[in-house]
Design a protein around this ligand. Structure first.
Ligand SMILES: [Zn+2]
Ligand SMILES: [Zn+2]
Length: 506
């Protein structure tokens, strides 16, 4: 009975053009969907759900860290995925632990980036509270690191969960659009702050439970990209008549990023609070400059500048007629100040090339800016079709030149050599750069010099990529005196030799 009535209401709504009828039907639909999700109680149909909590295990797939461009996101196994939600704050805390994935052939390597393969189980605590985001390392209220810029995507996660959908749809007021897809009801609405630039589209199943959610989110490399969630196996976990899905799958740009099975859930937990740590509040309140905007130039040779200041370094190389820049990483927030600084350093020369070490999103995140500047991207050949597709936009057609096994830029004095790395399990598109005059090697992610000079060398799985880099340097017969890494400080080559256990001179 109820179901048929709802479909009639929705059908009337779709065909109705009367604003008054729209408002009434919107309210009726929201009430039915709220009842279906066990939220509306008492004579006044008050929303009784203020918190949720669930525990799960499953798989996580790391966005932007595929082994090959356009390939599936690499897998990590979630041994713990505990989530607390407080819809009133609104806030969410995810406490996860992940390990390397199990493989059918244990001898086969784990391929891709994002810290894979893990040397040890890795714990992450990701929090959003109101318009603030931060990471924790221990218990709630413990030391916190501000995660400025993450608040939008983390808040969206709250409103993608079933009860969150109902609340956000109600908050949208007259901006909620009710529709039909086949015989299924759909809800489309903008999300609350700080995710208000996102629009969510939801499909309900025949019981009026949320079964599919879509949000177009922003991505530094892909531009707008589709984030989807699918819910099934609804249960009543604590006999409160509040149904919650025990199987959750999320996809990003069509490829899975999360696939979890719940082991338990509670729809009411008075202890779910998300206080914003003082240092996080201060960091936001200070309206401090984005740490990615800090650019420092360090001379590394005639016309050669090592550019640091944030998480990813770059290297500018001056030629007679132009400047080549190695790496435009992270996103627009890094690329814009980086380009400004390089232009200031070389006011009379054009940045003709940006060399991209590999396709991982943290290293390719500034390439949309490169395209907007009209600068040509030099990258390994397998990235060319991928970048031409994903970096294209209405305003700009990317100029991408493919590099094969090697490429040399020279004006007779300055010389920059690019080589394809063989045998890496981190990325299948990896280029290194070599400046013969300075005997300087530039590499990304293959070996990160330790922050402390006397730190013990890497062992186990962490040694595989450094050893492979060593083998490539031998194969290419490069005479290296120092390494300028994309992560970390310039170090003498002897530091690397020690790390890979090659103390004798080659
Ligand atoms: Zn990488
Ligand atoms: Zn990296």
């Amino acid at each position: 009975m109820q179901k048929r009535a709802l479909i009639l209401v929705a059908a009337a709504l779709v065909t109705s053009s009367m604003p008054g009828a729209q408002t009434m039907d919107r309210a009726a639909v929201l009430r039915e969907v709220g009842i279906a999700h066990g939220m509306l109680r008492g004579l006044q149909y008050t929303d009784a759900v203020t918190t949720s909590q669930f525990q799960a295990t499953g798989m996580q797939y790391i966005v932007g860290q595929s082994f090959k461009p356009g390939g599936p996101w690499p897998a990590a196994k979630l041994t713990k995925y505990n989530v607390w939600i407080n819809y009133a704050v609104p806030g969410m805390r995810i406490d996860l632990e992940r390990t390397n994935p199990e493989r059918s052939n244990p001898g086969s390597p784990v391929q891709g980036g994002g810290g894979l393969p893990f040397a040890a189980p890795q714990r992450q605590i990701l929090v959003v509270g109101g318009t603030r985001a931060w990471n924790e390392t221990m218990l709630p209220g413990g030391p916190a690191t501000p995660a400025i810029g993450q608040e939008k995507d983390r808040a969206a996660q709250i409103w993608m969960l079933p009860q969150g959908v109902v609340k956000a749809a109600r908050m949208a007021g007259e901006k909620l659009v009710v529709g039909m897809e086949g015989n299924k009801l759909t809800l489309t609405f903008p999300l609350p702050e700080p995710a208000s630039s996102y629009t969510e589209k939801v499909r309900l199943d025949e019981r009026k439970l949320v079964e599919h959610v879509e949000v177009m989110v922003d991505n530094p490399v892909l531009g707008p990209a589709l984030l989807e969630a699918d819910y099934d196996n609804y249960k009543d976990p604590d006999l409160s008549d509040i149904p919650f899905p025990f199987h959750i799958v999320q996809k990003f740009r069509g490829s899975p990023i999360l696939d979890i099975t719940l082991t338990g859930a509670r729809m009411y937990n008075p202890y779910v609070v998300v206080p914003t740590p003082d240092n996080v509040e201060q960091a936001y309140a200070a309206n401090a400059a984005d740490p990615q905007s800090k650019v420092e130039m360090q001379k590394a040779g005639p016309g050669v500048w090592f550019i640091t200041g944030a998480s990813h370094n770059s290297l500018a190389v001056e030629f007679k007629d132009y400047v080549a820049l190695i790496e435009s990483p992270v996103g627009e927030n890094r690329a814009a100040p980086l380009f400004d600084a390089v232009k200031k350093q070389f006011p009379n020369k054009k940045i003709r090339y940006v060399i991209n070490t590999h396709h991982h999103f943290d290293h390719a995140g500034g390439l949309r800016h490169v395209v907007a500047e009209g600068t040509t991207i030099l990258t390994y050949r397998d990235n060319q079709p991928y970048y031409e597709k994903v970096l294209a936009s209405k305003g700009a057609r990317p100029s991408v030149e493919a590099v094969g096994e090697q490429r040399v830029l020279t004006d007779g004095t300055q010389r920059l050599e690019l080589y394809k790395i063989r045998g890496s399990n981190h990325a299948d598109t990896m280029l290194i750069a070599y400046l013969p005059r300075e005997k300087l090697l530039v590499e990304a992610d293959l070996w990160n010099p330790p922050a402390q000079p006397n730190a013990p060398p890497p062992g186990g799985v962490a040694l595989a990529e450094p050893l492979n880099l060593w083998a490539n340097i031998q194969r290419l017969k490069l005479d290296v005196a120092q390494i300028a890494p994309i992560h970390g400080r310039i170090v003498p080559f002897s530091d690397f030799r020690r790390a890979v256990g090659q103390n004798s001179t080659n």
